[in-house]
Structures are given as structure tokens and as C-alpha cells.
Design a protein around this ligand. Structure first.
Ligand code: NAP
Length: 524
């Protein structure tokens, strides 16, 4: 069992009682009393807190008592003698675990006192912990063995900072190759996934904070995020993993969308934010790490900036399948890993754009054949839209600030092109904004003067934040039919979900999830 554990980081017993109450109400499965945070600490204070926990409704919730050395991240510089006395008192009062630093345990005097306290406790166990706040341990497997040898009945706790997501795989290997009670994960933003999949891999504990203010280590997430966003209660050793590979990924809506969808169809699947910093070499290393460890259960990825092109090259290089139109676009945003480790890559952006257009215009893809379309922009989204539209025979003209980019894209897909100074001459049935003009926070900007909009045009803005841009407002005022970027985003997510699961997601649930996320974000 992996316990979702909340550290209690109070300055005094009253504050501690309040935090304990809140943590238990939030669903903590274990509490860690970080008594190094308590001012004027005494052994009696610690004993009192444990007795109180034992008299509450959640009296069976196990407790770890930690009085961390300041040199290893502790809050107060308490002497070793007092720190050990508090652990001894905790064991006497019935704490299930006490945590002491492995490096300090090497001192015979400390070791003797702790062994003696443990020998007088019926159930208390020792967590021997070691942290590296700078980066990976030089030889983590050897260190693990040394910790175990030092006190055979101990629970080794090895925690280090991941400076890149690729640093996490040593922690995963160690969990995979060991058994029994042990605590292994990575700190820092790049280590986030190790905290979430700790349960899948069987770590005794993963730590969550009550809120962002009370986090005790870099990269710790809140219990609400664990439970609501990352489906903590549903994770099992057999859970299949998915995720969005990109940099940055913190604000991606994809974890919320896909996890809500997985929960809705009862799939044993979990979707993670996968922060892969760097370029093609780091992307390739991440993929190598994943493919070398089928037991991790990764089965699919969404790919976002800056890895869409590297992802296509990687899959082609491995002899995998790349959807023909994705090949022409030169970028993929979805990768599947089959059960036998083969790769398949797709681009759901163009499909999302085409679905948004055909649904709004109430036509089929085939009926887009011959329709004059003006595409504003020549970046990644414009490329996907142009590929999809030319594939079904639409007559596309690309307008862009940097005319050479428009020219290049037009040459690839057999379109016309022009500069933004030619917008007055637009004569299109469908106008698509693929520039970032008008995106939050520049919501008062628009890529085209409103007098150039004609009422028989359909106007599609690929921007989805805000859902209704100034362009769309002015298009409505001009009597045009409008399509929001939200529709494209939702449609590409629906196509991707189907690739991940073979099942259609509930579109209303996906829309509600996205709108909830966007409205929360705009309050921040
Ligand atoms: P990109 O590759 O960086 O391309 C940006 C485009 O916008 C380029 O054509 C650029 O012109 C133009 N541009 C930017 N600022 C401009 C300005 N001040 N004046 C004139 N042109 C300007 O970005 P992208 O990945 O294609 O994304 C474009 C937009 O699509 C984003 O803003 C995003 O909101 C939206 N998007 C929507 C979805 C969806 O699913 N609905 C998905 C992804 C992105 P130059 O070539 O001259 O630089």
C-alpha cells in the first residue's frame, strides 16, 4: 500500500491540531509530524500530539514523526539529543514510524539511542532517510544497499532532485527492482511524475500538501490535485500511463481533459504532465527511457511545443507508422505505443480544425472542395489547417506578417500567399486566424480590421483563450457565422482520446472540463 501522506508543518500545537484536522478531512492516509517546525519543541509536545491523533475519529491513520536536521532541510537547528528524544517519545506514544537521517545514524552514539528506543516499541519502525537537493545520487543502488545494511529493519527513504525528467528513471528502476517498505521519489518540477506514480510503483509513501503554502519540498502538489486531477484513488500497479510531452506543460489543459475522460469511461489509465526540457536529444532520451521500461506502462502521448517535429522524426527513425497527412505537415501531436512496443504517430490538430469547420458550416469534408479560404498566419497551427484544407481541395490563400514564411508554406501545399497589407482584398467564404493576435492577455487586439469582414463569411479564430476573441465579437456584429478555437481544441482532444482509448469521450464533459479550467485560470 502507498499512503498519501500530508506533512504537518505547524509552529505550535494549536496550529498543528488545526492542520491535522484539515489534513484528515482532505483524505490524508498518513500524517507526517514535521516537529522540527515547532517552536520551543519538547518531547512532551510531540507525545501530546500523537495522543490527540489517536483519540480522533481517524485514530488508525498511521503517523511518521520527523525532526529533520537543519543541514538536511529541517526548519530549526535543534540539537541531535533533543531530536532523538522527541523520536523516542513519539515511539512510546505509539507512532508507527520515526524518520532519522541516514548520515546522522552512522554516528554510533545516535545509532545506539535510536536502536534502544526502537527496541522498546512494539510496532514503531525506523525510516532512514537521505536527500540530495542538488541532483542525482552518484550510485543510488549502492546507497540503497548501504542504508539497508545499516539497519536491516529500516524503511530506506531516498529522495533526490530531478534536474530533468530523464533523471527520474533511476528512481523508477530502484522501486521496480526492490520490494518491501521503501520510499523513493524525486523533488523539483521535473520530478513531479515520480510523486504521482509512486503509488503505481509501490513506494510506501507519497507526500502531498494541504495547500500550496504548506508544501515542504519543491515539486510537492496538493492533496486536491492528487485526488481530483490525477485520479490518485484509482491508481493501481496495472494503471496505464499517458501524458503530454512539452515545455512548458504546467498550464496544459490536457491532464484535466483526459483524466476526466478516463474516469468517465472507467479506464485504468492516468494522464501526466511530462515536462521534457530541451530539444530533439532530450526528447529522444525520454522516449528511449520509456521504451526500455515496458513495466512503466506508458501507452500514449500528446506532443506539444517544442517537440512536435522531433516526435515525428523519432517515430520515423524507429520505423514506426506516421499518418500520411502528419508526414506532410511535418509534425505530430499524438504518439501511441502498442503492447509490443511499436510506435504510431498522428496529427489531430488538422482533424480538430476540419471537424470544427464542418460541424459549424453543417457540411462534409468533401464539400469544402473548391471553397475559397483565407488563412492568417504561417506558423504551426496554420500549417496543420492548410494541410487539412488543401487535402480536401479547398482553395487557400495564406496571409502572413513575414511574407517569406507565407510563400514557403504556400509552395509546399500549392496555395496562394500575400502579406497582411492585402487583407482588404480578401474574398473568401472562410477566414481562419492562425496568428496569436488577440490571445490572452492582448484581448483588445484583432488580426483584421472589422470593415474587411463580410456577412457571408464564416470566421474561425483558432485562439481559445479567450473563447470569444475581439475578432469573433466583431465578426458576429458584421453578421458572420463564427467558430471558436475552443471547438478546434475540443475536437482535437476528442480525436486524441479516441486514439488513446478506442472509445468516444463525452463531448459535454470535455467542454465543461476545459471551460472550468479556463475560468479558474482567468481568476488567477
Ligand atoms: P507560431 O508557430 O508561433 O505562429 C504564430 C503566427 O502568428 C505566425 O504566423 C506569426 O507571424 C503570427 N504573429 C504573431 N504575432 C504577430 C503580430 N503581432 N502581428 C502579426 N502576426 C503575428 O504559433 P502557433 O503554434 O501556430 O499558434 C498560433 C495560435 O494558435 C496561438 O496563439 C494559439 O492561441 C492558437 N492555437 C490554437 C489551438 C487550438 O486547438 N485551437 C492549438 C494550438 C494553438 P510571423 O511568421 O510573421 O512571425
Amino acid at each position: 500500500m502507498t499512503y498519501l501522506t500530508i506533512p504537518i508543518v505547524a509552529k505550535n500545537p494549536d496550529q498543528a491540531r488545526h492542520q491535522i484536522e484539515t489534513a484528515l478531512l482532505a483524505g490524508a492516509e498518513m500524517l507526517e509530524l514535521r516537529v522540527d517546525y515547532i517552536e520551543n519543541l519538547t518531547a512532551d509536545v510531540v507525545k501530546g500530539l500523537i495522543v490527540e491523533i489517536r483519540t480522533r475519529a481517524a485514530k488508525n491513520v498511521p503517523v511518521i514523526v520527523t525532526c529533520r536536521d537543519k543541514h538536511q532541510g529541517g526548519a530549526t537547528d535543534y540539537p541531535a539529543g533533543l531530536r532523538i528524544d522527541t523520536l523516542a517519545a513519539a515511539l512510546k506514544a505509539g507512532a508507527e514510524y520515526v524518520d532519522f537521517e541516514y548520515e546522522n545514524f552512522l554516528a554510533p552514539e545516535n545509532r545506539g539511542k535510536i536502536r534502544s528506543a526502537l527496541s522498546q516499541s512494539l510496532k514503531g519502525k525506523l525510516i532512514l532517510s537521505t536527500h540530495n537537493f542538488q541532483g542525482k545520487f552518484p550510485q543510488i543502488s549502492n546507497l540503497y544497499r548501504h542504508v539497508q545494511t545499516m539497519y536491516v529493519a529500516s524503511v530506506p527513504k531516498l529522495v533526490y532532485t530531478a534536474n530533468h525528467i530523464n533523471d527520474c528513471f533511476e528512481a523508477f528502476d530502484l522501486l521496480h527492482n526492490t520490494g518491501g517498505e521503501r520510499i523513493i521519489f524525486c523533488m523539483g518540477q521535473a520530478g513531479l511524475i515520480s510523486r504521482i506514480i509512486a503509488k503505481k510503483l509501490g513506494s510506501l509513501v507519497t507526500f502531498a500538501s494541504i495547500d500550496e503554502q504548506t508544501a515542504t519540498a519543491p515539486g510537492q502538489i496538493t492533496i486536491e490535485q492528487f485526488k481530483k486531477l490525477y485520479r490518485y484513488d484509482a491508481i493501481t500497479p496495472g494503471t496505464e500511463l499517458y501524458g503530454v510531452i512539452g515545455s512548458p506543460v504546467t498550464h496544459s489543459l490536457s491532464p484535466a481533459i483526459h483524466n476526466a475522460g478516463f474516469a468517465d469511461i472507467g479506464a485504468n489509465k492516468l494522464y501526466l504532465p511530462l515536462l521534457v526540457d530541451g530539444g530533439a536529444p532530450e526528447f529522444s532520451e525520454f522516449m528511449r527511457n520509456v521504451l526500455a521500461r515496458p513495466w512503466l506502462g506508458f501507452r500514449g502521448f500528446s506532443i506539444t511545443i517544442p517537440h512536435k517535429e522531433s516526435a515525428m522524426d523519432y517515430v520515423r527513425g524507429k520505423g514506426g507508422f506516421v499518418e500520411p497527412l502528419a508526414r506532410r505537415i511535418g509534425a505530430v501531436n499524438t504518439i501511441l505505443i502498442t503492447k509490443d512496443g511499436a510506435l504510431k504517430a498522428y496529427n489531430t490538430d488538422y482533424a480538430g480544425a476540419l471537424d470544427a469547420i464542418t460541424t459549424a458550416m453543417e457540411i462534409t469534408r468533401e464539400q469544402l472542395n473548391g471553397i475559397p479560404v483565407a488563412v492568417l498566419g504561417a506558423g504551426g497551427v496554420a500549417r496543420a489547417a492548410v494541410a487539412g484544407l488543401t487535402d480536401v481541395g479547398a482553395r487557400v490563400t495564406i496571409y502572413n506578417r513575414t511574407i517569406s514564411r507565407a510563400e514557403k508554406l504556400a509552395a509546399e501545399f500549392g496555395c496562394d500567399f500575400a502579406g497582411l497589407d492585402k487583407l482588404a482584398q480578401i474574398d473568401a467564404k472562410l477566414l481562419i486566424n492562425c496568428t496569436s493576435i488577440g490571445m490572452h492577455p492582448n484581448v483588445n487586439e484583432t488580426p483584421i480590421p472589422k470593415e474587411f469582414l463580410k456577412k457571408d463569411m464564416t470566421v474561425f479564430d483558432t485562439i481559445y483563450n479567450p473563447a470569444e476573441t475581439l475578432l469573433l465579437k466583431q465578426a458576429k456584429e458584421a453578421g458572420c457565422q463564427t467558430i471558436s478555437g475552443l471547438d478546434m481544441f475540443l475536437n482535437q482532444a476528442l480525436v486524441q482520446f479516441k486514439l488513446f482509448t478506442g472509445t468516444d469521450a463525452n463531448p459535454d464533459l470535455v467542454r465543461k472540463t476545459v471551460l472550468d479550467c479556463l475560468s479558474r485560470r482567468q481568476l488567477i
